[in-house]
Design a protein around this ligand. Structure first.
Ligand code: ZN
Length: 352
């Protein structure tokens, strides 16, 4: 099969489209999928750049956000059959440890991320554990469902489970044009919060307003935290939705009201930040880490998507040949929403 595989990580990147990669064989409890859609996620870049903690066997097939059609089932799989269209919940969990027992499947002691610690969807075929599947929501295409498979549940977990966002609160969505930002804005608005969004271009700010942001601020302007404070009558926002890291961290804290909560799920612009502890305790700020999403978060988001309450935002769909270009666009922040792969596309038909 055709698969885009990493043959080296860190230093010199070797991402190569192989025509002769073996079609994976589903083991016990697994299915084989014909991949119809795979999202390009920043974690793929972290894997490529050897910034994920676990080492991975090479060659590696990235791709955590996957939807496709079942073409074969492994031993012991009785509740799925070839021909069914499915989405993969990428947060793999054991179902038996103390965290899984209480539903915190994202904290599983044996947890792994599909497409990071396993092979994923940058290929024509992929295997996935049967217990991680859900049926493709009927009103969504594979591309649409896959585009929300990580960003949707992650944003839901951040805002609803961790920050406990309430109706009427002010929330700042940092880098609202990112894949997670476009869903975070929608979830915040659905919760009944007042959404202030930041982005780095006028075009992205306009699109953020179309997706439900009540006010927008350009985070390329030096005084953006002050602008956010002004929009809240000088008080600051109740909740900051962070996923950028070092580049925005200080501004995000400046924009946060007394007793406010900052929730973060990432730091691709730098994982190490400095903090003024005086500001932290005097203002009684709460800093919340948030990792991926639980199984229940995944089910909740896919249900909302099926009900038409969350809208996918896809900027471009690429064939496997052009994934390198798409990854470069993501790194250059030229993206509003998600960049997707359709492995069935012929090279010329990919469009940004
Ligand atoms: Zn577990």
């Amino acid at each position: 099969m055709r698969a885009l595989r990493l043959h080296g990580v860190g230093g010199e990147v070797v991402l190569r489209l192989d025509d002769d990669a073996p079609v994976p064989v589903p083991g016990a409890g697994e299915v084989l999928l014909a991949v119809r859609a795979c999202g390009i996620n920043r974690v793929d870049l972290l894997t490529r750049d050897r910034q994920t903690p676990a080492s991975i066997p090479l060659p590696h097939v990235s791709g955590t956000e996957v939807a496709g059609d079942i073409v074969a089932v492994g031993p012991g799989v009785t509740d799925w059959a070839p021909g069914e269209a499915v989405v993969v919940d990428p947060i793999l969990h054991c179902g038996r440890c103390s965290f899984c027992e209480r539903g915190a499947t994202n904290m599983c002691l044996k947890g792994r991320v599909y497409g990071v610690q396993t092979h994923g969807g940058y290929a024509e075929y992929a295997v996935a554990p049967a217990k991680q599947l859900i049926r493709l929501p009927s009103n969504l295409t594979c591309l649409e469902a896959a585009s929300m498979a990580v960003t949707g549940p992650t944003a839901w977990h951040m805002l609803r489970r961790r920050a406990d966002l309430q109706p009427g609160e002010d929330v700042l969505i940092v880098a609202a044009g990112s894949g997670i930002g476009v869903i975070g804005m929608q979830i915040a608005a659905l919760t009944g919060a007042r959404v202030i969004a930041t982005a780095g271009s006028e075009d992205k700010l306009r699109k953020a307003q179309e997706l439900g942001a009540h006010a927008v601020v350009n985070h390329r302007e030096e005084d953006w935290p002050d602008q956010v404070r002004k929009l809240t009558g000088g008080r600051g926002v109740n909740v900051v939705f962070e996923h950028v890291g070092a580049a925005t961290w200080r501004g995000s804290l400046q924009a946060l009201a007394r007793t406010g909560r900052l929730v973060t799920c990432g730091g691709h612009a730098g994982f190490t930040v400095d903090m003024n502890l005086w500001q932290l305790f005097v203002k009684e700020h709460t800093i919340l880490g948030s990792f991926a999403a639980t199984r229940q978060d995944f089910l909740d988001v896919m249900r909302m998507a099926r009900e038409g309450r969350l809208r996918p935002a896809i900027q471009g769909v690429f064939p496997l040949e052009r994934v390198g270009d798409a990854q470069a666009m993501l790194e250059d922040r030229q993206v509003f929403g998600k960049l997707m792969i359709d492995p069935t596309l012929a090279p010329a038909r990919g469009a940004a």
